[in-house]
Design a protein around this ligand. Structure first.
Ligand SMILES: [Zn+2]
Length: 236
């Protein structure tokens, strides 16, 4: 399932049976004193692995390449800021490579999701889909599938994101490092409800994500497998 750990014969089997590629996009970014800087990427990567277990496919190594991070916003440290054009181009070239390798559905799962960053990623996807009618590309934030059933996720190192990491990697989170009293977003660099995080809430968000996203991905694969041979025979 982890692309970089697979031998050619194993990848070929996936390409025959469920040619889905998951590409996790994150950042190195300040996520409060209680979380590691890779939080965005780490939780999205685990979510992608969970989803891939349901749908089949491969999960690419996560890409740490964020635009519009906490650094330009408020000068937070331990944060890498890349340019918009690089993010767009890097997404586009990943998709081109996956296409060339024969994947029929690609899911770009964004663990870092400032509005302008999402735009940069989607611009890379748009560049690809203008060029190729297939494969289908689904570019979503990791909280979007849960929102389809009105479950709100997606904060910055607050209750939701911190809970997800408490669920997947409790060894990396320490709520005791948070300062006493009320949290302040601009000072602490995290959503103010971070202290309410729990592994149970993280497990709920993770489960909701897979329940909602898996049927959508299966639908895209069915569509691609149905239409693809026709398109290929027409030379499209
Ligand atoms: Zn985050």
């Amino acid at each position: 399932m982890k692309y970089e750990e697979m031998r050619p014969r194993e990848i070929n089997a996936v390409l025959r049976e469920s040619p889905i590629a998951y590409l996790v996009w994150g950042a190195h970014e300040w996520h409060g004193v209680h979380n590691p800087t890779g939080l965005d990427t780490l939780k999205a990567y685990h979510m992608a692995l969970d989803l891939c277990r349901e749908t089949g496919g491969v999960v690419l190594p996560p890409v740490y390449c964020g635009y519009q991070t906490m650094k330009p916003w408020m000068g937070f440290h331990h944060t890498f800021e890349f340019s918009k054009s690089l993010v767009t181009q890097f997404v586009f070239e990943h998709l081109e490579n996956l296409y060339d390798e024969g994947f029929k559905v690609m899911v770009v799962l964004m663990g870092h999701y400032g509005g302008k960053h999402v735009e940069a990623v989607k611009a890379g996807v748009a560049q690809f889909t203008e060029k190729h009618r297939y494969p289908k590309v689904l570019a979503i934030t990791d909280y979007e599938p849960a929102s389809w059933v009105q479950v709100k996720g997606g904060d910055h190192a607050g209750r939701n994101e911190t809970s997800l990491l408490l669920h997947y990697r409790p060894d990396l989170v320490d709520l005791a490092e948070l300062p006493d009293g009320e949290l302040v977003h601009a000072r602490d660099g995290c959503s103010v409800d971070a202290k309410e995080a729990s592994a149970e809430h993280g497990a709920f968000l993770a489960k909701t994500f897979v329940e909602q996203a898996a049927p959508k991905v299966r639908e895209l694969l069915a569509e691609a497998c149905r239409d693809w041979p026709v398109l290929v025979s027409r030379g499209e």
